[in-house]
Design a protein around this ligand. Structure first.
Ligand code: NI
Length: 196
């Protein structure tokens, strides 16, 4: 648990440092005026090519996960966990929309995202956009990502990124977050504590 908290904190700190926003970190991590600092507006393109923003998901809970389709292990594991968890939610799954936002818009085109999300869950929404749009969304969710050299990859690069699954409420406000290590049973249980 400590590792989880530490990893989350490090991710959040890195994101804040990148943003040059240490003042907010000092003034109180997590909350600002009673509202969590994680989350916020975004405008992106979904895996069907439609332009969407956070308001398109209002009224439903969101499971938000950032990653990329060429990711060899973390992302497939995270998305598989999300898919299994959605199955466990049964009828309540209709109140939850799982969202996968790419941190590799260069390779993750609409077509690529469309083919990829279908592997994990029929409700999974894939979002891509321009690098600027993706950067804005990642900042809002305090997600760190960075393109790194990787000779083992066909294109010569990989993308380091924070691997946190966020649960956001019907208004888009942060509720809690999950890590890959947990079981879908535990994750579903925790989601059902909020989704009624
Ligand atoms: Ni990944």
């Amino acid at each position: 648990m400590l590792i989880v908290v530490a990893a989350f904190a490090i991710g959040a700190i890195l994101a804040l440092v990148l943003r040059g926003d240490l003042g907010r970190l000092v003034s109180g991590f997590g909350q600002s005026g009673g509202r969590a600092l994680v989350g916020g507006p975004f405008t992106l393109t979904d895996h069907t090519g439609k332009r969407v923003s956070e308001t398109d998901f209002a009224g439903r809970y969101m499971l938000v996960y950032f990653g990329f389709t060429y990711c060899p292990d973390a992302c497939p594991a995270g998305l598989q966990l999300i898919g299994e968890t959605m199955e466990r939610l049964g009828a309540k799954a209709r109140q939850v929309v799982p969202i996968f936002i790419t941190v590799d818009p260069e390779r993750d085109t609409v077509e690529q995202m469309s083919a990829y999300v279908a592997n994990f869950h029929p409700q999974l929404v894939g979002l891509t956009g321009t690098l600027e749009e993706i950067t804005d969304a990642a900042r809002a969710y305090r997600v760190y990502f960075a393109k790194v050299e990787d000779d083992s990859s066909g294109d010569g690069y990989s993308v380091d990124h924070t691997s946190i699954i966020y649960l956001m409420d019907r208004t888009g406000a942060y509720v809690t977050h999950f890590r890959h290590g947990m079981t879908s049973e535990e994750m579903a249980k925790r989601i059902l504590q909020h989704v009624s």
